[in-house]
Every structure is written in C-alpha cells, then in structure tokens.
Write a protein that binds this ligand. Structure first.
Ligand code: GTP
Length: 368
C-alpha cells in the first residue's frame, strides 16, 4: 500500500495558509456535477475534498480557505468550521467565477501568514507537502510549483526547469515536449505575490500569473517528484482515482488500514454471490442484488443494482437503479436514472438524471 512520505516541513506548515480552489463548474463530469460540485462527489467513501483536507491536516497546516463559486453553499454545509478535521476552515465566495488566479487573489484578505499553499480542488496527489514547503523556503522563492513527472507528458503543458530548479517556461501541449515535468496544480506563494494579482476580474494562474512572474524576473522554483498524481476532471480519471484510493495505490489518511479490493459502506446491503472488485466503492444505503459483478466502479448513495447486473469502469450516481442482467461499461449514470433490465450500455454513454430507459430498451455500443 502507498505510504505518505515523511514530511520534513511540519514546522513550516503550521505557519502556512492552505487555499483550495473549488469554484469550477466541473463540466467534463456532467451530469454528475449538475447537482453536486466536483470536489464534493463521493470518492472512495467520502466527498473528494475530504481526502485533500485530511492530507493538509496531516502535513501540519491548520488554517484553510476555500475559494468557492459554483454551488458555494454546499461546501460550508458539509465541512462547517472544519473542527472535525482538526482544521479551521473559512469560505470566500466569488459571485462571478474569477478563474484560478482571480480565485487566489480573492482570498487575500483571509490570509494569516506570509506563505500560502494553493491547491486545485480536483487533484489527487501523493506528494510530500512538507517537502514542497522546504524547497520553497530553502530557495527563497516568490512562488514554488509542484511539478510531477508523468509517463506521457504530451497530454499536458510542460514546465522545464534549470539545474537549480528555476522554472524556465510554461509550454503549451505539444507532440514532442522537452521535459516530462508537468504542473501538478499545487503552488506555494509568498503572500505579497498574491496581493499583486489584479483584483476583481477573471485571471488565469496558469496563463497569466505564472508567465507574468517569469517575464518580471521573479524567482519561480519547481519542486519535482514522481509521486502519485491524477486530475479527477474526466469520468475515466475519476473512476481510476477512486479505485486507486480504495486499493491504497493512492494514499488518503481517511482510509488507513481499510484499503482492499472494495470499500462498502456499512449501511449498504450486498446479497450473496456478488463480486465487488477493482477498487469498487459502494455508498450509503445502496443495495446490490444476487450474482451481480461490480468492477472498478463508483456507486454513490442509495443506488439499487438488481440481480445479475455487470458494471465495469462506471459511475452510478445517487438513487439510480440498474435493472436485472444489465451490462454497463465506461458509462456515467445520473442521479435517480433507471436503466431497465437487460439493457447494454458502453463506450462513454452518459445518462441524464431522472431518465428512465425501459427494459431491453438500449443496446448501445460505439461499434454497433
Ligand atoms: P471543467 O469544467 O470540467 O474543466 O472543470 P473545472 O471547472 O473544475 O475546471 P478546472 O479543472 O480547470 O479547475 C481546476 C480547479 O480550479 C478545480 O478545483 C476548480 O474547482 C477550480 N476552479 C476553476 N475555475 C475556478 C474559478 O473561477 N474560481 C475558483 N475559486 N476556483 C476555480
């Protein structure tokens, strides 16, 4: 099982504000995000953001500011003042979404310390947060970016550094990137750098703030590692990230000692002869009928799976019903949808909330 590396920066962390950007609309995960903001979607038994908050607390940070916009009220309703996590959480709402850079500037008045660690609220990471803070302070940087090495950097913009770790450029996606280091969506800022971001308008941290800092000659360092990393923005990554948490391939302090082939909420009912595998998570009050097989999938709360169904690599939202002997692969089933008996769905189909497909109603495959 993956273990959290020893943090060397716990003392630094106590004097660092954690800022989490959670204001995005999560369009790539629709229809799941029609009712629930992406960071609150159930992932390995908890709203995704809980895993990040637990890592922040374990690293020694105490004061957290959430930069919210889309469905802002949902976060405070769930996390309150953060005491349950040993944290003090504050919320700042953007009436109009300000983008990633604008969102960081917008929390400026809530910052208490000279250093802020900023997180994209949809990244699953195993990085040693204390070590990133160490790099930042030892190098006297204005900003330090966590850069992660990935096997195939072509799908991302890349971020080359020199021998001293100084960031040289922010490069767009290309077929032939000069480095395998990509922006991992976690940054350490000197507080005064945040103050200089223009206030009250949309700003992108990746496209405007970071390139601007380089052209102004600011010291921007990269902290490079090869830790676990996944952007949970697409359904396939969401499913993979959840199953990696369940299996302990990705670390969460919330799942210590509970990792395995599946994670089933104690209130769920699983009939005889059911096979749950591949890091499948089954949420509160879900019921799985005899002889079903659920592989590498995420079932939210109150899902009903009738006998003999096979579900693979899919996300089934709260209150959905999967009929008897249904076959589902690589799909997203929205809240309260009903898939009639014997339907076959695959190839990225997304069923909208509340939609009812009659028995034997769909036999969908991209090759059909
Ligand atoms: P897509 O619409 O599917 O691209 O998802 P997204 O809206 O979450 O955008 P993206 O994945 O690029 O965002 C990265 C992180 O920044 C996520 O945690 C978002 O919640 C957050 N974010 C994006 N835009 C804003 C914004 O305008 N304000 C704030 N506060 N956060 C934002």
């Amino acid at each position: 099982m993956a273990e959290q590396p020893e943090s060397t920066g716990a003392a630094l962390a106590a004097e660092t504000d954690a800022v989490i950007l959670v204001g995005g609309q999560g369009t790539r995960l629709r229809p799941l995000t029609v009712s629930t903001p992406k960071p609150m979607l159930p992932t390995a038994g908890y709203p995704f953001l809980s895993h990040l908050l637990a890592r922040i607390a374990a690293a020694g940070m105490r004061h957290v500011v959430l930069g919210t916009s889309y469905k802002a009220e949902v976060f405070e309703r769930y996390f309150g003042d953060g005491a349950e996590f040993g944290l003090e959480i504050e919320y700042v709402v953007e009436e109009e979404a300000l983008g990633t850079g604008g969102g960081i500037r917008n929390v400026y008045d809530k910052l208490r310390y000279d250093t802020a660690m900023v997180f994209n609220g949809d990244v699953l990471s195993g990085a040693d947060l204390g070590a990133i803070l160490d790099t930042h302070h030892a190098g006297g940087a204005d900003v330090t970016l966590h850069l992660v090495r990935v096997p195939d950097p072509r799908a991302f913009g890349s971020v080359p550094t020199d021998a001293d770790g100084r960031v040289l450029a922010f490069l767009e996606k290309t077929e032939d990137p000069p480095t395998d280091q990509i922006n991992a969506g976690c940054y350490v800022f000197k507080r005064e750098v945040i103050e200089r971001i223009p206030a009250g308008r949309v700003v992108s941290v990746e496209r405007e703030v970071f390139p601007g800092l380089l052209s102004d000659g600011a010291l921007v360092l990269g902290h490079v590692d090869s830790s676990y990393w996944r952007d949970m923005g697409r359904p396939s990554d969401f499913v993979q990230g959840s199953s990696d948490l369940v299996r302990g391939i990705a670390y969460s302090p919330l799942l210590e000692g509970r990792t395995g082939e599946s994670l089933v909420d104690p209130s769920a009912g699983v009939a005889g002869g059911v096979i749950l595998m591949g890091g499948t998570a089954v949420g509160r009050g879900s019921v799985i009928g005899a002889g079903s097989r659920i592989d590498d999938s995420v079932l939210f709360d109150g899902v009903t799976v009738e006998p003999g169904a096979v579900v693979r690599n899919s996300i089934i939202a709260s209150g959905a019903t999967i009929g008897a002997n249904v076959r589902i692969q690589d799909c997203v089933i929205g809240e309260g949808a009903r898939i009639g008996a014997r339907c076959e769905l695959q190839g990225g189909m997304r069923v909208w909330p509340g939609v009812e497909i009659p028995d034997s109603g769909v036999r969908f495959s991209p090759d059909a």
